[in-house]
Design a protein. Structure first.
Length: 320
C-alpha cells in the first residue's frame, strides 16, 4: 500500500552534510521519495536510505537544479558553508545558490522551500557570513513560494563542528581560550531535534511563511558548555579569556594551515555575540516541534567523535 506521503517528492540540498543526512533519513522514514543534491566527492554516501535519488552537484549549477527539482513538492535548502575556500565563497553558496534554488523551484512549481539559516544573520555587519545568510533569507521571503526559515543556533551531534572540534582541542592542548572578556551564552540544539522540525515543516505543510528560532532547551555560558564536554571526554582543561581580535587573527592563520580549523573567523564572530537571541522578527516553534534534548552527559557522549586530537592529516599541506 502506498503511504500517505509517498506521492510527494522532496529535494534536499546539502543532503550529505551534517544536518542534511538526518533530514534525509527522517523524510525517507516518513514516506516521501526524495532527491538529495550534494557536492561531496561520494554522491551516494548512504545507500541504506531507500526511496532516495542521489544527485552529485552544486547549488551554483542552476541548470542542474531546474532538472533535479522537476516533480518535487518541496525543497529543504540546507547547503551552506562557514569557511570560504577557493570555489566556495559565501556569496556563491549562500546568495547565488539560494537564488538558483528559488528560481528552479518557481520554474517547476515547487510548493515550498525550507531554509536553514543562522540565528544572528542580519544586515549591516562586518561579517560576510552573517550578511550572506541574511541575503539568503530575504531571497526566500520574497520568492513568492511558501517558506519556513529556521534561524538556528549551534547544532551538535556526531560529525558536527562543535563537539568534534571541541573534543579534538581538549585532546590536543590542556587550555581553552574563551572568546572575549564576557562569557556569552549558547543554547546548543541536538541535530535530531533540528532535523525533526525541518522535516515536519515539509511533510505536513507546517509553519508556512514563518521565520522561526531553532534553539535547544538549555542556556549556558560558553565556558560551561566547554566544561561539560571536557567532563565527558575525561580531559582536564583550563579556560582563559582572550580578545576577540586575537581569536580572529588566530582563526585566519588556522584557516590557511588546516583543512577544517577549530574555529573559523565566522564562528569566532558568532561566539563573540552569543548564540541565544535571534535577530529580527522571529517566532518560537510550537511545543510539539520545539527541541527538547538537554545538553547533558548522555547527548554529549552520543555526539562525540572517536577519542583523539588534531593530527598531521588535518593540515592543508598534508591532506593533498
Amino acid at each position: 500500500a502506498e503511504s500517505k506521503g509517498a506521492a510527494r517528492k522532496i529535494a534536499v540540498t546539502g543532503g550529505t552534510g551534517f544536518v542534511g543526512r538526518h533530514v534525509v533519513r527522517l523524510l525517507a522514514d516518513e514516506g516521501p521519495s526524495g532527491v538529495v543534491i550534494a557536492r561531496g566527492v561520494d554522491p551516494n554516501p548512504a545507500p541504506s536510505v531507500r526511496n532516495v535519488t542521489w544527485v552529485h552537484g552544486s547549488v551554483t549549477d542552476r541548470k542542474l537544479l531546474e532538472s533535479t527539482l522537476a516533480g518535487c513538492h518541496a525543497v529543504a535548502h540546507l547547503a551552506g558553508i562557514n569557511l570560504e575556500r577557493p570555489g566556495q565563497r559565501f556569496e556563491d553558496v549562500h546568495v547565488r545558490g539560494t537564488q538558483n534554488v528559488v528560481d528552479a523551484a518557481n520554474a517547476n512549481q515547487v510548493g515550498k522551500v525550507a531554509l536553514l539559516s543562522f540565528l544572528r544573520a542580519r544586515p549591516g555587519t562586518s561579517s560576510p557570513y552573517h550578511e550572506s545568510k541574511w541575503q539568503s533569507e530575504e531571497i526566500v521571503r520574497n520568492s513568492g513560494l511558501a517558506y519556513t526559515i529556521f534561524k538556528s543556533g549551534v547544532i551538535y551531534g556526531r560529525g558536527d563542528h562543535m563537539l568534534d572540534h571541541l573534543s579534538k582541542v581538549l585532546h590536543t592542548v590542556p587550555v581553552f581560550p574563551l572568546v572575549g572578556f564576557t562569557d556569552r551564552g549558547v543554547r546548543p540544539v541536538a541535530v535530531g531535534d533540528a532535523a525533526w522540525a525541518i522535516a515536519a515543516s515539509l511533510i505536513g505543510d507546517r509553519l508556512d511563511n514563518q521565520t522561526v528560532a531553532l534553539l535547544g532547551p538549555d542556556e549556558m555560558p560558553l565556558g560551561e558548555a566547554v566544561r561539560r564536554v571536557a567532563a565527558v571526554t575525561g580531559r582536564r582543561t583550563h579556560t582563559f579569556r582572550a580578545p576577540v581580535a586575537l581569536h580572529k587573527l588566530h582563526a585566519l592563520v588556522l584557516e590557511k594551515l588546516m583543512r577544517i580549523p577549530p574555529a573559523s573567523r565566522a564562528q569566532v564572530q558568532m561566539l563573540a555575540e552569543g548564540i541565544v537571541e535571534p535577530w529580527g522578527d522571529v517566532s518560537d516553534l510550537p511545543p510539539e516541534l520545539a527541541p527538547v534534548t538537554p545538553f547533558s552527559n548522555t547527548s554529549i557522549a552520543a555526539g562525540l567523535p572517536p577519542s583523539g586530537g588534531f593530527r598531521r592529516a588535518d593540515l592543508t599541506m598534508c591532506s593533498m
